[in-house]
Write a protein that binds this ligand. Structure first.
Ligand code: MG
Length: 173
């Protein structure tokens, strides 16, 4: 179960996150920061990174995608990245925490998939933030997994375990 469910990354309250003791934010790439398979950043996204840093939170991209595209985006945003992450495996999350110099209690994970981003983070006891995907387009396999994800999210909502998504998406995407 995610700790927080938001409509868009622009609905994330960086200062509130910092007030919880969070200093490092592990961020997914596809359908979280950019549309699936995208590699272009815009001023809105760069501003979002700046606001995170102003609040005292350092971001690191952790993506299952291959390195060339992940590194291209990370370079544009001037943040570290861990490609080929194989989420929900824990190794890449650990590597990102090392890069950021933070411990699990200081780390939050932001991503659009329950069974990769949120599950992997939960296995390490990290604070988790689920975000509504930026676009509907995704890999064939992901679309199959979404069917199960939708059922699980609906179940969580029925049980009162999940509210949201919070926010209006900020209108930026
Ligand atoms: Mg994703």
């Amino acid at each position: 179960m995610p700790d927080l469910y938001i409509a868009s990354i622009y609905d994330l309250d960086a200062r509130a996150l910092r007030a919880r003791g969070i200093r490092g934010l592990i961020v997914d790439l596809d359908n979280t920061l950019v549309p699936w398979h995208g590699s272009e950043t815009d001023e809105a996204l760069r501003g979002w990174i700046r606001r995170l840093r102003d609040a005292g939170i350092e971001p690191c991209i952790v993506s299952n995608a291959r390195s060339r595209r992940v590194e291209a985006v990370a370079r544009q945003l001037d943040i570290p990245s861990v490609p080929w992450a194989a989420k929900p495996r824990r190794r890449a999350f650990r590597r990102a925490m090392e890069r950021l110099g933070v411990n699990p209690a200081e780390t939050a994970v932001l991503g659009d998939q329950l069974f990769t981003d949120i599950l992997g983070a939960k296995r390490l006891g990290l604070y988790t933030i689920l975000v509504v995907p930026v676009s509907q387009r995704e890999m064939w396999w992901t679309r199959q997994v979404r069917r199960l994800e939708r059922r699980v999210l609906a179940w969580m909502k029925r049980r009162g375990l999940l509210t949201g998504p919070v926010g209006g998406g900020g209108g930026a995407r």
